[in-house]
Write a protein that binds this ligand. Structure first.
Ligand code: ZN
Length: 570
């Protein structure tokens, strides 16, 4: 069976239309899927899964799936960050994410250290690389991203944007708005709104300092924008293009949401609606869902947040498998963490492994009503930092974090931390205090370089041990294309491309997400603003099928082949 390539429907604001372009298919023996669903519990390893299973008291949804093993190192470290990890499984390229040099999002570095030192050819240095989501969209599939963090955070962003610095989220968010994604659910509303405007429904100002109001851009492009769980539940059946922005910044942890933000939807509620909307497309869909905050609770070494976030993610796996098993069309489901985190272990050095029972861990965790982050926040907001009242502190921790037997030493440590205005270590301190009682071990507040498992549903040929980059190629193959053809079509070096024209790369204010490519030829002049999919010529704005990209480190601009065609026939 071959998947038909539908022409991409692109919107041209003038009367101009281009002929459709088709993607070369992957090799003909590939197993093809109508739909591909990628589910990522961010920042966890096998220990998190084992503990979640004991906590749930039943098998996890993933336990029925096939299993492979994934290597996660990036080009400069055995321990990857999220941006390099996401670049690998979104684009098929390992990249650089270090404290220095760059923290690349779907962009290549100039050189590698691992697996062996290698300097890239100049044309490849700091070059943006296309993602499977971009390829899926060209192949006519509906595409979606769901997360509980700001959607401009590394993992979702790597599927739709390209930049050397993951922290420049205003730049990543702009690309995501212009990337033609059908469904985006998560947090990050503030990054759509400029600093002079208020975030709708709040008194808070937006976070964009480039003067752009991307909220209005989404409306102009025909998106429904929703901000509450009720609006998500009530999405009309005909909705096809939706941005659900359920928090100004990140959404709340699952266990905290019920108490603190009940109008935010859960991850599984967002996932079910995303699948419902995307699956209306007759040519199938590609969806990535990130359980973003397993990672954050692991960074905090908070067993309550870690395990409850994994349980919330497990419901997402259940929902995806229900869809895949009931769908008439073949659907591939992949489940894999981007990297391990925390060095978490079931059992610490004080555990008696001859008699360690589930109740010894589960009951301790179950007494907590909130994550250690939320419990610490309650302590911070209900006590005077200069003179914290020990009884109030003890009561809050007992009621909300379930530690009813704080020792005098532990209370002393907490009081010292509260009085020290330079630290806010309380979430970690609480996490460790509860972990000691549950005999859960931790080795680091950061990621680890351990291999991670990948669970799959639908593959006839299950991979054994793979690199994280292989996941991108697997996704592309499964949808009938190869990533190289997407790169050739979407990411062409502008100066090589417009050979007869004068090309100027205007980088004024590029770090505030401004800047543009200017192309002049004969009596024509066209402007291609960076991070958008538009060409402005003679007062007209014309849309094309990919983004105009800029690489700061290479000082090169890139754009889709279609943009040149648009320029030439104009
Ligand atoms: Zn991560």
């Amino acid at each position: 069976m071959r998947i038909r390539n539908y022409p991409l429907i692109f919107c041209v604001l003038s009367s101009m239309l281009l002929s459709p372009v088709f993607l070369p298919a992957a090799q003909s023996d590939s197993q093809l899927f109508h739909n591909v669903i990628v589910l990522i519990p961010d920042g966890c390893g096998v220990a998190h899964m084992t503990m979640a299973r004991w906590f749930k008291g039943a098998p996890l949804a993933q336990d029925d799936m096939d299993i492979s093993l994934v290597h996660t190192h990036n080009t400069n470290s055995m321990i990857t960050g999220s941006a390099a990890a996401a670049t690998a499984f979104a684009t098929g390229y390992k990249t650089w994410e270090g404290p220095d040099k760059a923290r690349c999002v779907s962009m290549r570095p100039d050189s590698l250290i691992l697996p062996k030192p290698y300097k890239l050819p100049e044309s490849q240095q700091w070059r943006p690389v296309a993602s499977v989501l971009e390829g899926a969209r060209l192949a006519g599939k509906a595409v979606g991203l769901v997360a509980t963090c700001r959607v401009s955070h590394a993992t979702p962003a790597a599927y739709a944007s390209h930049w050397h610095a993951r922290n420049d989220e205003h730049i990543l968010m702009e690309q995501m708005v212009y990337a033609g994604i059908d469904v985006v659910f998560g947090g990050g509303l503030a990054y759509l709104i400029d600093t002079d405007s208020k975030i709708p429904g709040t008194t808070l100002a937006g976070r964009r300092d480039d003067g752009e109001n991307l909220y209005d851009v989404l409306i102009a492009r025909g998106y429904d924008i929703i901000t509450t769980k009720d609006e998500l539940d009530g999405l009309p059946p005909e909705a096809r293009k939706v941005w659900g922005m359920f928090a100004p910044s990140h959404m709340y942890h699952d266990i905290d949401r019920h108490r603190v933000a009940p109008d935010q939807p859960s991850l599984v509620e967002m996932t079910r609606q995303a699948i419902r909307v995307l699956s209306q497309n007759p040519n199938g869909f590609f969806l990535t869902v990130e359980g973003s905050q397993v990672d954050w609770s692991s960074h905090t070494n908070d067993p309550v947040g870690t395990i409850t976030e994994y349980i919330a993610f497990d419901q997402v796996v259940t929902a995806a498998l229900e869809f895949a098993r009931s769908s008439r069309e073949p659907t591939l489901v992949l489940v894999f963490p981007d990297h391990d985190n925390g060095g978490m272990s079931l059992g610490d050095r004080d555990a008696d492994y001859g008699s360690f029972q589930p109740v010894h861990m589960v009951n301790v965790i179950n007494r907590a009503a909130l994550t250690s982050d939320a419990a610490a926040w309650l302590v911070y907001t209900n006590t005077d930092n200069a003179q914290p009242d020990p009884d109030t502190v003890r009561d809050i921790i007992s009621e909300y974090y379930g530690i009813t037997d704080l020792t005098a030493d532990e209370l002393g440590t907490i009081m010292a931390d509260l009085k020290d205005t330079l630290t806010d270590d309380l979430p970690r301190l609480l996490g460790h205090m509860l972990s000691r009682r549950a005999h859960i071990g931790w080795t680091t507040f950061g990621h680890t370089g351990n291999d991670v498992p990948m669970f799959s549903y639908g593959l006839k040929d299950v991979p054994q041990t793979i690199e994280n980059t292989d996941i991108a190629h697997l996704c592309a193959r499964s949808m009938g294309f190869n990533l190289e053809s997407v790169n050739e079509r979407l990411i062409v070096d502008a100066e090589m491309f417009f050979d007869r024209a004068t090309v100027t790369i205007d980088t004024i204010n590029v770090l505030s997400s401004a800047g543009q490519l200017i192309v002049e030829q004969d009596d024509k002049i066209a402007f291609f603003p960076f991070f958008k999919n538009i060409m402005v010529m003679d007062q007209d704005t014309l849309l094309f099928e990919g983004l105009t990209l800029y690489s700061l480190n290479a000082h090169r601009a890139y754009l889709p082949k279609q943009a040149k065609k648009l320029f030439d026939i104009r």
